[in-house]
Ligand binder design. Structure first.
Ligand code: SF4
Length: 137
């Protein structure tokens, strides 16, 4: 659960393109897809929604996610996302996920492998809250 006091002064983040967040790690092993995500991917691949879903998705507990064919996301090639412009919300909103925005999880799960933390743009508390809110919609 996000802790407001953790991000009230804002957080600097700019993706450094390492691809590390696209690799399965424990509980963060799935790339979940909203309907909007599947529609964006379908357009990207020039497929119908149903063909994209059949080819690339599986369902777990009622939620679609990209098929897990290996430890890496199936769209990760040479540490780069091959579908970057069509990447899903889950990827767009990293690292502003409710479950990691607290000191304990941030230090244990994010700082160590995400090279983008502490770099680039300073996201204000308001911007972070807007990103958190967008994940509930
Ligand atoms: S869709 Fe792209 S950005 Fe998202 S996990 Fe897969 S390779 Fe990474």
């Amino acid at each position: 659960m996000a802790n407001k006091s953790f991000y009230e002064k804002g957080i600097r983040f700019e993706c450094q393109g390492t691809g590390k967040c696209c690799t399965s790690r424990g509980e963060y092993g799935f790339v979940y897809l909203t309907l909007q995500d599947r529609k964006r991917f379908a357009l990207f691949f020039k497929l119908s929604l149903s063909d994209f879903t059949k080819a690339y998705c599986e369902k777990k507990d009622g939620h679609y996610h990209l098929k897990n064919l290996s430890d890496d996301c199936l769209f990760l090639k040479d540490a780069k996302c091959t579908t970057y412009e069509a990447r899903p919300e889950q990827c767009r909103t990293w690292p502003f996920w409710p479950e990691v925005l607290n000191t304990k999880t941030w230090n244990a799960e994010v700082v160590g492998y995400c090279a983008g933390v502490g770099k680039g743009k300073l996201y204000s508390a308001k911007e972070i809250e807007d990103i958190l809110k967008s994940q509930k919609e």
